[in-house]
Design a protein around this ligand. Sequence first.
Ligand code: SF4
Ligand code: F3S
Length: 106
Amino acid sequence: TFVVTENCIKCKYTDCVEVCPVDCFHEGPNFLVIDPEECIDCTLCEPECPAEAIFAEDDLPEDQAHFKEINAQLTKEWPVITERKEPAADAKEWDGKPDKLALLER
Ligand code: SF4
Ligand code: F3S
């Protein structure tokens, strides 16, 4: 499966959702997650993310390993998103900032 990681938080560009053939993205207030039970590993979303926040599970950086469980959990709580929308207004400022997990809104 593919996993959305920390750099999506407060950026939420949403380019990823348009290419997913099986609609596995779910949307929260300032972050998206991938449903691990729906993802078919097509790889299409990974290069679409301007924040480079999407990784194959097997390529997850060590410091992002906890996002696997975060994606699995929040998928159950958040609705599916299939259409691109405007990113956060200050997405560029937050792109690449460290330690954004504390800012994740649920
Ligand atoms: Fe969707 Fe493919 Fe990305 Fe999985 S790898 S979330 S199926 S676009
Ligand atoms: Fe997030 Fe990247 Fe998609 S910033 S919303 S994973 S395009």
